[in-house]
Design a protein around this ligand. Sequence first.
Ligand code: GTP
Ligand code: MG
Length: 200
Amino acid sequence: MEIKKADFLCSNSDWKKCPKANLPEYAFIGRSNVGKSSLINALTNSKKLAKTSGKPGKTQLINHFLINENFYLADLPGYGYAKISKKIKEEFQSFTLKYLEKRENLVCLFMLIDLRVTPQKIDLEFMEYCAVKTIPFVICFTKADKLKKAEIKENTEKYKKFLLKEWETFPVNFTTSSTKKIGLDEIKLFINEQNIQFKS
Ligand code: GTP
Ligand code: MG
């Protein structure tokens, strides 16, 4: 699937104000700075559709993008960033979780994980939450350009082994780099397949 058109629609903190839920939607979540906004830009071949930053905590609202006038991508605030106040953190968390629970056209959540970091409790808790709430998700390993091929393989295997201690299966997963444009076609293919299913 080629992405020919990508438009920013709106930012808000209330799932009820999100765009009409008539098209399939894919949302990007993960720890602050993991590369959610950058991945949306890479997928849409744009430099600044989604706002990115070297400093964690950049995305603070639910941002909707309309792609090919056919489906939505949603950029979500990151979690696990220590340097914001507890009150703001709780607020972020509460509206993001509400969105995830209520958004009826959410086809799949892309759970972004930095492969350079050992499995984090907060990510695992989040996956657990998705399982309990039956929110479909896939894993998207980010910043693959920072690792050698052998390290990618080794760290993916480690991650898999770790998850399989608790989980019956290893979720569908993608290895990506926004800077080197790795794994983007695989994600687009996945989205295309999901879009077809959504419509049938
Ligand atoms: P929050 O909005 O704060 O939750 O962060 P985010 O997950 O949206 O991260 P963002 O896309 O803003 O990227 C954070 C930093 O990581 C930026 O400095 C990016 O340039 C960098 N980054 C993102 N993706 C990649 C990648 O694939 N490779 C490399 N080397 N750096 C990346
Ligand atoms: Mg962001």
